[in-house]
Design a protein around this ligand. Structure first.
Ligand code: SDX
Length: 430
């Protein structure tokens, strides 16, 4: 007998019984299907703060305890022991690969990194200074114009081929965005390099001389990609699921995820953090900006702080902060003023009652931009980096949703607060 909750209308005594739905970890939920079916009532939850949109086996987050697990494995263990393509296999297939499976998966991905030669002409349609996220949305969406042979979303093999193509080609498209911005020739992918080394090579190599990606830079990219790979039903993943629920092809769905990620409240925050740190400029200005962040009449927010789910700390921020110190010590300047300012700002904010009361802590975006900057990646490419990693999560969720036999088109309702019915008024009477 499933647990039930009874809801009673305190005025009429009318009552409805709702089933309790529980998973393997985390909060249970009320199945509110009966609410509309039997009582014609909707649940109202702007921003889905307290709504579970689906069941999923991919990622688990506990906001109070700062827990993040991919397919049950703690993010701290994956960050310390795994690499991005092994994590991609885990997210996509649900299990860590055997040694043979990993070799095969890496080979499949690394041998699908080229994009159609005619796709390269799309970049010429963008002005050289187009924001790379705008180019990413356009070129990724255009993939459905090229890969017709794997668009039957109800064919598991087609889903797998599309997932492989997306994961393999997104770094190539990303690096091409950067090369278009800087006016340099595109660099073809190299099958002899690993995923992160190949990406850095496509970003920074030129036809003029040999370029060998720095080992610490490759280590930092692996960590950042692992930490950004998935995060359950965040805004961009929910966008991909909603787009996919209509039966749209996977490339169009991933393009919709990139569009949603671009917002400064979401993946665009890493670029916004760097702009904010540069605007603050010096530790002496911190009090002024903390005051601005607290001022309800000021739209300024402390970018890289706060999270819808994490109400204690974002485990990813802790791991990125550690890598930040390592990268700056080895690659960039130890006393990088931005890192010092970020550290000081974090310290001041975490002692301030306003942030403590609202449980606002540094999130995944707070330190990542400082590492990207140290790797000579420009700020307008930071969210592009996020989208490379999150493509794995997006295709894993898309595939999980499409292969769920109970899946149907997503169609939220609303509370209508507009005009009552009224008659048309001829223009000479208005
Ligand atoms: C990501 O969902 C995910 O999992 C996302 C992500 C992922 O991996 O996919 O983790 C990646 O998007 C991380 C978040 C990156 N965004 C930012 O760093 C932008 C700055 N943060 C905020 O905009 C905000 O904290 C959000 C968007 C992250 C969360 O917004 P919520 O949950 O809707 O919180 P809220 O806006 O209701 O804020 C609650 C209170 C408000 O004050 P009161 O009205 O209660 O007085 O906290 C305040 C807010 O004004 N507040 C902030 C703040 N964030 C919240 N005040 C100052 N600075 C901030 N950053």
């Amino acid at each position: 007998m499933a647990d039930k909750y009874s809801l009673t209308n305190s005025a009429t005594g009318d009552c409805v019984n709702l089933d309790l739905v529980s998973g393997t970890d985390g909060p249970s939920a009320l199945d509110i299907t009966a609410l509309y079916k039997e009582k014609g009532l909707l649940a109202f939850d702007p921003g889905f703060v307290s709504t579970a949109s689906c069941t999923s086996s991919i990622t688990y987050i506990d906001g109070e305890k700062g827990i993040l697990r991919y397919r049950g494995y703690p993010i701290e263990q994956l960050a310390a022991k795994s690499n991005f393509l092994e994590v991609a296999h885990l997210l996509l297939y649900g299990e860590l690969p055997t040694a043979t499976e990993l070799v095969d998966f890496e080979s499949i991905i690394m041998h699908h990194t080229m994009i159609r030669e005619t796709m390269r002409t799309f970049f010429d349609g963008f002005h050289y200074n187009a924001h790379p996220m705008a180019i990413m949305i356009g070129v990724t969406g255009s993939m459905s114009a090229f890969y017709h042979d794997s668009l039957d979303i109800h064919n598991p093999r087609h889903r797998e081929i599309s997932a492989h193509r997306m994961i393999a080609k997104i770094p190539t498209i990303a690096a091409a965005c950067y090369k278009h911005n800087v006016g340099e020739p595109f660099i073809y992918p190299r099958n002899d390099l690993d995923y992160c080394g190949n990406f850095l090579h496509m970003m920074f190599a030129t036809p003029c001389e040999e370029y060998v990606p720095n080992k610490t830079a490759i280590e930092a990219m692996n960590l950042l990609f692992i930490l950004h790979a998935d995060h359950e039903q965040n805004a961009s993943t929910s966008t991909v699921r909603l787009a996919g629920s209509s039966g749209a092809n996977p490339f169009a769905c991933i393009a919709s995820g990139i569009a949603s990620l671009w917002g400064p409240a979401h993946g665009g925050a890493n670029e916004a953090v760097l702009k904010m740190l540069e605007e603050i400029g010096d530790v002496s200005n911190i009090p002024k900006y903390i005051a601005k962040a607290k001022d309800k009449n000021d739209p300024f927010r402390l970018m890289g702080f706060g999270h819808r789910v994490y109400r204690n700390f974002d485990p990813r921020a802790t791991l990125i902060r550690e890598m930040c110190h390592k990268v700056l010590a080895e690659i960039s300047d130890k006393d990088n003023p931005l890192l010092q300012l970020a550290g000081e700002l974090e310290e001041v904010a975490l002692k301030d009652e306003y942030f403590i009361e609202r449980k606002l802590y540094p999130n995944v975006d707070y330190y990542s931009g400082i590492i990207y900057r140290a790797l000579n990646i420009p700020a307008n490419m930071f969210t592009v980096m996020f989208s490379i990693a999150r493509t794995v999560g997006w295709v894993a969720h898309w595939s999980e949703m499409i292969s769920d036999p109970s899946q149907r088109i997503g169609r939220p309702r609303q509370i209508y607060v507009g005009a009552k019915q009224r008659d048309y008024v001829p223009i000479d009477k208005r």
